[in-house]
Design a protein. Structure first.
Lengths: 320, 508
C-alpha cells in the first residue's frame, strides 16, 4: 500500500460516484440524437436524482430490513468495486481484494440484494422481476468468471491489477483469439448485467416486460435515487473494467504520483465515454429479444467464455 | 344503408331462437342487439347483417314489462350472450338459460335493481362502497401465481384490470375486467335532434371520430329518409380512409416501440403528425371532427395527391424497416395466434378478424359508395399478421383516396380538386323540412379503422328516442385472452398493442 494507491482509490471512487449519472445521461442523449429527438441533455439524471432526493420515501406495508437496506448495499458494493479495480491506477490499497473472484462476488451481492428486495415487497411484479433477474444472473456470473479467467491465464494471476499490467507489457495477449472471444463474452454479459437492449429495455413503461425495473417498482424518493445511482455506477465500473482489461493504455502504474493518477483518470474517462457512446449507438439498431431467448444469448456468451479459456491454454504463447 | 335493404320482423319470444338460428345458418352475423324502453313495455331488437350483397334483417321481440324475460341466444351465438348480459345490466331483462348470467357492464358496487337505461330509472341511488369481490376464476396448482395489472397503468392507457394466472412465465388464463368508465352515452343521445348528436358521436371513441360519426349519420339519414349524392358518399369514404391511415401508422410505430425499437416509433409519430396536419387542411380539424352530419358533408379542400404519395412511400418504407430487423420479426411471428375458427366463433371484426383469415369488411359487405376496396386478409393470426394487415390496408386506403380525388367529388355542386373553399353538397333541407314530424328507425354500418361499427337509431317526432352503438372492440375484447393461450407474460403488451382495442368504444 502506498500514498499513490490511496489517492488513486479515492479518485476512482469519487469519479465513478460523481460521473456515473453523467455517463447514463450521455448514453441517453446519444440515443436521442440518433433517433432524431432533441433529448433531455446529459445532466438530466442529476436533475432526476435531485428531484428524487427531495421526495418522501414510501415503504410498502410488510416489508422488512431487506427492502430498506438493498439500495445502500447495492451502492456500497459498487463503490467498493470502484475503489478496488484498476481504473485509473493499478495500485489499489485493496490490492489483495482486487481479485476477479472478489469483484464478481461483489457484483453478485448487489444483484442478490435487489432480488431479495423485489421478493420482500410481496408484489407479483417484484417476484416476477426477481425471477427473471435470477435467471439472467445465474448465466451471467459464470460467464464473467470464465472470460476474466481466460485473460488471467497469460498473466498467471487472477489479480486484476496484475492482468492489466501484463497486458500493458505484452499487448499481443488481448489480440489473441482468446482475447477476442473473452471480449465478446464480456460485452454480452455487461449488456445483460446492466439491463440494456436487447435483454431489457431501460426506457419501457410496460410493467409486464420489465426485469430490473420490475424489482424496483416499489421504491420511491431517496431510496429510488440511491438505486438509480447504484445502477449507473454498476454500468460505469463494468465499462471501466472492460476498457482497462482490453485497452489498458493510460492507466497509472504502481508508483505514479498525483499527475499520473490524474492522467490515468482522464484516460479511463475518455475510454469509458467512447465505449458507452458505442453501446448506446448500437442499441438504436436493436430490438428487445423474447425473454425465452435471453438464456440462449447468455449460453452463447458462456460458450464464448469457455472457448476463450480453452484457446488461452492451447493457443497462447508459452510463458517465458 | 339504403332503407329498402332492411327487413323488419316482429317475433314472439318463443320464436326468437329458431329465427335467429335460421339467420345465422344463412350466413348472417349478429351485428347489434339492444333493448328499448317504449314506456310501459320493453322491446328487444336484433340486427342481423349479411353480405355481399348487403342484407339486413331486424327481429323485434316484445318483452312483458312486469315479467322481463327473453330466451337466451348465448348457446348459438357468443356475441349474443354478451349483448344479453348488457341488456340485463342496463334494462333489467333476464336472459333465460344464459350460461353465464353475471353482471357485465355494471360493476358489483352498482346498486341492485337500478337499471340506468330505463326511462323511469331516475337519479342513481348511492353506490355500495362495500362491494362484493369481482368473480375471478382462481387457478390453483404448484407454481401458479396471479399478476394483477391495472386499472391504473404506468402509461397513458384507459382503465382496465387484467388478471393473469401464470406458471413460470406462461399465461394459463387472462381475465380482463373493463367498464370502469361507463359514461351513459346512449342515454345522452335520447331527446336530441339528429343534428345535435354529431358532436356526441364523434366523442364515443376519440380516435374514431369519423367512423362513429359516419355510422351515426348514416343511421339518422336512414331514419329520416335523406339520400346522399354519390359524390358526397365518396367524400365520406375518403374521410374514413384518412382516419384509417393515421391510426394504422400510429399502431405500426407503437408495435415497433413495444419491442424496444423506438427509433421507428419516432419516425411513425413524425408521419402521423404530417397526416394530422393534412386532416386539418381537409376538414379544419386534425381528428376530422365536424366534417359530416345528417344530410351534410363539408370538405374544405381535397388532400394534395403528391403529399399523399410521398407519405405513402414513407409509410411503406417504415413497415419494411420494422420487418427487416430479425429480432422484431422473431417477436412478431407466431406470437399470440388467433385461429380463424376462434375469430369466427367469437364474431371478431376488423383487422383482428382479417389477420386470422376471416374476410369481414363493411366496405365490401355493406358498401355505401361505388368504390369497394378488396378486403386485405392474412392467414396466420399472429402479431405479424395483424401488423401486415395494417400495412397493406394503408396502401389500399391511399389507393382508394387517390381514386376519389382523381374522380373529383362527383356530381353535385363540388368544386374541382384541390381548390380551396367549401365543398358542401348537402341535403340539409331534407332534414330540416319538417323535423318535428319525422319518425323512423335507421341503421348505419361503417368499416371504421378498428372494424365494423354499427349504429341503430330510433327517431320519434324529430327527436332521438333510442340510440344503440356497437364498436368493433365489443366483439374483439373476448378474443384477446383466447389469443394469449400459451403466450408468455412479457409478450402480452405486444399482443395487446396488436389488437389495440378501444376501452371507450366498448364501455359506453
Amino acid at each position: 500500500m502506498n500514498p499513490g494507491g490511496i489517492l488513486g482509490a479515492a479518485a476512482q471512487t469519487a469519479a465513478v460516484g460523481l460521473g456515473a449519472p453523467g455517463l447514463v445521461g450521455g448514453m441517453r442523449q446519444v440515443r436521442a440524437r440518433m433517433e432524431g429527438r432533441a433529448g433531455p441533455g446529459v445532466a438530466q439524471p442529476y436533475r432526476d436524482l435531485r428531484k428524487l432526493l427531495g421526495k418522501q420515501s414510501i415503504t410498502p406495508e410488510g416489508t422488512t430490513v431487506v427492502f430498506a437496506a438493498a439500495p445502500a448495499v447495492i451502492a456500497a458494493a459498487t463503490l467498493v468495486i470502484a475503489a478496488t479495480i484498476p481504473l485509473a491506477t493499478t495500485a489499489s490499497p485493496l490490492d489483495g481484494a482486487a481479485d476477479l473472484l472478489a469483484v464478481v462476488g461483489l457484483l453478485l451481492i448487489g444483484t442478490v440484494s435487489l432480488v431479495l428486495a423485489g421478493l420482500d415487497t410481496g408484489t407479483p411484479f417484484g417476484g416476477m422481476g426477481a425471477s427473471r433477474e435470477t435467471t439472467i444472473a445465474a448465466l451471467v456470473e459464470p460467464t464473467v468468471l470464465l472470460a476474466v479467467f481466460a485473460l488471467s491465464i497469460p498473466a498467471g494471476s487472477s489479480n486484476l491489477a496484475v492482468i492489466v499490467a501484463d497486458t500493458l507489457r505484452r499487448p499481443s495477449d488481448v489480440l489473441s483469439p482468446a482475447g477476442a472471444l473473452a471480449f465478446a463474452a464480456i460485452v454480452v454479459v455487461i449488456i445483460a448485467e446492466t439491463g440494456r437492449l436487447p435483454v431489457d429495455n431501460p426506457a419501457t413503461h410496460l410493467e409486464l416486460t420489465m426485469v430490473h425495473e420490475a424489482m424496483v417498482l416499489e421504491y420511491s424518493g431517496p431510496k429510488l435515487a440511491v438505486i438509480e445511482w447504484g445502477a449507473a455506477m454498476r454500468l460505469t465500473v463494468l465499462l471501466g473494467l472492460l476498457v482497462n482489461l482490453f485497452a489498458p493504455w493510460g492507466v497509472a502504474g504502481r508508483h505514479a504520483g498525483l499527475v499520473g493518477v490524474a492522467a490515468g483518470l482522464a484516460a479511463v474517462a475518455v475510454k469509458v465515454a467512447v465505449a458507452a457512446a458505442a453501446l448506446a449507438a448500437g442499441e438504436v439498431y436493436l430490438a428487445k429479444i423474447r425473454l425465452f431467448r435471453v438464456p440462449e444469448l447468455l449460453a452463447g456468451s458462456f460458450l464464448l467464455g469457455l472457448l476463450a479459456v480453452t484457446a488461452s491454454y492451447f493457443l497462447a504463447s508459452p510463458q517465458a | 344503408m339504403s332503407p329498402d335493404g332492411r327487413v323488419s320482423r316482429r317475433v314472439a319470444p318463443a320464436g326468437l331462437r329458431s329465427q335467429a338460428a335460421d339467420l345465422l345458418g344463412e350466413g348472417y352475423r349478429l351485428a347489434l342487439a339492444a333493448c328499448h324502453d317504449d314506456g310501459g313495455s320493453l322491446r328487444a331488437v336484433y340486427v342481423f347483417a349479411g353480405g355481399p350483397p348487403s342484407r339486413l334483417v331486424e327481429l323485434h321481440v316484445p318483452i312483458e314489462a312486469d315479467h322481463p324475460h327473453l330466451p337466451s341466444l348465448a348457446g348459438i351465438s357468443f356475441p349474443a350472450g354478451r349483448f344479453e348480459r348488457e341488456m340485463h345490466d342496463l334494462f333489467g331483462v333476464v336472459p333465460d338459460d344464459h350460461p353465464l348470467p353475471r353482471r357485465l357492464v355494471r360493476h358489483p358496487n352498482w346498486p341492485a335493481g337500478w337499471y340506468p337505461m330505463r326511462h323511469d330509472a331516475g337519479p342513481p341511488p348511492p353506490f355500495d362502497t362495500t362491494q362484493e369481490p369481482y368473480h375471478f376464476l382462481h387457478i390453483d396448482g404448484p407454481g401458479v401465481y396471479e399478476i394483477p395489472v391495472g386499472p391504473v397503468h404506468a402509461g397513458l392507457i384507459e382503465p382496465g384490470h387484467f388478471r393473469f394466472s401464470v406458471v413460470g412465465e406462461t399465461i394459463l388464463k387472462l381475465k380482463i375486467r373493463l367498464w370502469f368508465v361507463h359514461r351513459g352515452i346512449e342515454k345522452l343521445f335520447e331527446g336530441r335532434q339528429p343534428a345535435d348528436g354529431v358532436a356526441l358521436a364523434e366523442r364515443i371513441s376519440g380516435d374514431t371520430a369519423i367512423g362513429h360519426n359516419l355510422a351515426y349519420t348514416q343511421a339518422a339519414e336512414d331514419a329520416l329518409g335523406i339520400t346522399v349524392t354519390p359524390g358526397d358518399a365518396r367524400l365520406r369514404a375518403m374521410l374514413l380512409e384518412l382516419e384509417r391511415v393515421y391510426n394504422h401508422i400510429t399502431d405500426l410505430g407503437a408495435l415497433a416501440n413495444d419491442v424496444g425499437y423506438s427509433v421507428l416509433n419516432g419516425h411513425a409519430q413524425h408521419l402521423r403528425e404530417q397526416l394530422l396536419r393534412l386532416n386539418r387542411s381537409v376538414t379544419g380539424h386534425r381528428l376530422l371532427r365536424g366534417a359530416i352530419g345528417p344530410g351534410t358533408t363539408h370538405v374544405r379542400q381535397l388532400p394534395d395527391r403528391r403529399e399523399l404519395t410521398r407519405l405513402g412511400a414513407d409509410m411503406a418504407e417504415l413497415a419494411e424497416l420494422v420487418l427487416a430487423n430479425s429480432t422484431v420479426r422473431d417477436r412478431f411471428a407466431r406470437t399470440a395466434r388467433l385461429t380463424a375458427a376462434q375469430a369466427g366463433d367469437l364474431g371478431c371484426l376488423g383487422y383482428v378478424a382479417r389477420a386470422s383469415g376471416v374476410t369481414v369488411d363493411a366496405r365490401h359487405d355493406h358498401p355505401t359508395c361505388d368504390l369497394r376496396p378488396e378486403p386485405v386478409v392474412h392467414q396466420t393470426g399472429d402479431v405479424l399478421a395483424r401488423f401486415l394487415v395494417r400495412r397493406d390496408e394503408i396502401a389500399a386506403s391511399l389507393t382508394l383516396i387517390d381514386e376519389i380525388i382523381e374522380s373529383g367529388p362527383g356530381p353535385g355542386p363540388g368544386p374541382a380538386a384541390g381548390s380551396p373553399g367549401a365543398v358542401t353538397a348537402g341535403r340539409l333541407d331534407g332534414a330540416r323540412a319538417a323535423p318535428e314530424h319525422r319518425s323512423g328507425s335507421g341503421v348505419g354500418i361503417v368499416e371504421g379503422w378498428r372494424g365494423t361499427i354499427v349504429h341503430r337509431v330510433e327517431i320519434t317526432d324529430g327527436a332521438i328516442t333510442r340510440h344503440k352503438i356497437v364498436d368493433p372492440s365489443w366483439f374483439n375484447w373476448p378474443a384477446l385472452p383466447v389469443a394469449l393461450g400459451d403466450t408468455i407474460v412479457p409478450d402480452f403488451p405486444l399482443t395487446n398493442k396488436s389488437f389495440n382495442l378501444s376501452y371507450a368504444g366498448n364501455d359506453l
